[in-house]
Ligand binder design. Structure first.
Ligand code: PMP
Length: 442
């Protein structure tokens, strides 16, 4: 029997129908939460945690427990970073307004941001969430190509809007893709053999051909360049290039979703796509861009945006407002001044080596993959995905004061993604906790 396919929001989430949770649900905050959020409530852990503050790589719960945060790609320069807090506070006290007035803070940010991107991507549309950034990128792609066929990976997540949910298989609890979307397995050796790049490109080409046969002309290949929700696939660098060439040969544009790998996480420069030596037609960013202040961007070539704007106006009330720009600028300052990209490479390599050593000879620990401070670690049983064990490991780590999540089609991959200032000692602490959980579960 093939392993059960898991949905990302359901992984190790609080489920009122299980684990005696009904009793908990009747108490305090949890009951209020359920009453307020209803069926759309998603909470980590079967015993949800009430958080009250956070600093650096640490979060603190209402009961005083301190947790090492290995899950969070939003406060990526560290929780409550004083530089960002100060920048937001200062700008908020001075001016915050939409981008229909001229404002030097916003232009200064965009110029810094553009300087980090390929020069051809010289127009930037600022918004507030990765979902908005991807929605716009797909709409621009459709206008530019005249097609509406989109190819994404099998367990991708690209957002929560109408169109972005259509390209986010990891959100679908029922049914398959709409007719304009094709999914391809993420670029893994399991799916494609040793020639991951060639196999992935062939799958992309076939997907566009099948879309065309169904009357959906090619519009976009949209991928998260570190394949986060698919299970973290980063190597070998360069494997993305043939797929990008295949998409372009079919007539589609390539959109690099940098919401996860962007802003230094892979330890190999600012962007995940750059590790693959490809130049996207569009780049989207979000989450870590302003360290928790809502900020996102779609960067593209002027002619693509012009074509879109012939048919539609685009305005985003909060996108690119001066406070967001001030937060974004502070994030870039911190990344540079604290050498966070080099830190991600250095501490990430130490963490990977430590996890490999902890799992060596243990048949329950499969591959450890990733780049910089974004790692995926497979938990297996008889070589097959073991999501139940992943949940036990996640709970065991929580009991040892470490927060972590899972990803991948079968939910058996630990998603290891701490803030970028992680110290060597904090990395070692995680490895020690992981080793203890393994020993306990023997
Ligand atoms: N793209 C990717 C790769 C993501 O991981 C996410 C969020 N998890 C999004 C887009 C959507 O971002 P947001 O939640 O800010 O809309």
């Amino acid at each position: 029997m093939p392993p059960e396919v898991r949905k990302i929001l359901d992984m190790n989430a609080f489920d009122p129908s299980k684990d005696g949770a009904e009793a908990q649900a009747s108490s305090g905050l949890l009951a209020r939460r359920r009453a307020n959020f209803g069926a759309a409530s998603v909470l980590f852990y079967r015993r949800p945690i009430e958080m009250v503050r956070a600093e650096g790589c640490w979060m603190e719960a209402a009961d005083g427990t301190r947790y090492l945060d290995f899950y969070n790609n939003v406060p990526s320069v560290g929780h409550s970073h004083p530089r960002v807090v100060e920048a937001v506070h200062r700008q908020m006290a001075r001016l915050n307004t939409n981008t229909r007035y001229l404002n030097a803070v916003t232009e200064a940010y965009v110029e810094r941001f553009k300087a980090l991107l390929p020069p051809a991507l010289s127009n930037v549309v600022l918004s507030c969430t990765g979902s908005e950034a991807n929605d716009l990128a797909l709409r621009v792609a459709m206008e530019a190509t005249g097609g509406d066929g989109i190819v994404v990976t099998e367990t991708a997540y690209h957002g929560n809007g109408y169109l972005t949910t259509q390209v986010s298989p990891s959100s679908w609890r029922e049914g398959g893709p709409p007719s304009r979307v094709r999914t391809v397995p993420a670029p893994s050796v399991e799916a494609y053999g040793e020639d991951v790049g060639g196999g992935f490109a062939a799958a992309v080409a076939e997907a566009f051909a099948s879309l065309a046969a169904a009357g959906h002309g090619p519009a976009a290949l949209l991928v998260d360049s570190v394949f986060s929700s698919d299970g973290v696939f980063a190597d070998p660098p360069g494997f993305l290039a043939p797929a990008v060439a295949a998409a372009r040969a079919a007539g589609a544009v390539f959109v690099a979703d940098e919401v996860q790998p962007g802003f230094g996480r892979t330890g190999a420069g600012m962007w995940g796509f750059a590790r693959h030596g490809v130049e996207p037609d569009m780049v989207t960013t979000g989450k870590p861009m302003a360290n928790g202040f809502p900020m996102a961007a779609t960067a593209t070539r002027p002619e693509l945006l012009e074509r879109f704007c012939r048919r539609f106006g685009y305005f985003n009330t909060f996108g690119g407002a001066p406070v967001a720009a001030a937060a974004g600028s502070a994030v870039l300052d911190v990344i540079e001044e604290e050498g966070l990209i080099a830190n991600a490479a250095r501490v990430g390599a130490r963490l990977k080596a430590g996890l490999e050593a902890a799992g060596a000879g243990d048949p329950r620990v499969g591959a450890v993959r990733g780049a910089g401070l974004f790692l995926g670690l497979d938990l297996v049983r008889g070589g097959e995905p073991d999501a139940a064990f992943a949940v036990r490991v996640i709970d065991g780590l929580r009991d040892r004061g470490v927060l972590i999540g899972a990803c991948g089609k079968y939910g058996h991959t630990l998603k290891i993604r701490p803030p970028l200032p992680l110290s060597a000692a904090e990395a070692d602490r995680f490895v020690a906790a992981f080793a203890e959980v393994l020993a306990e579960g023997r």
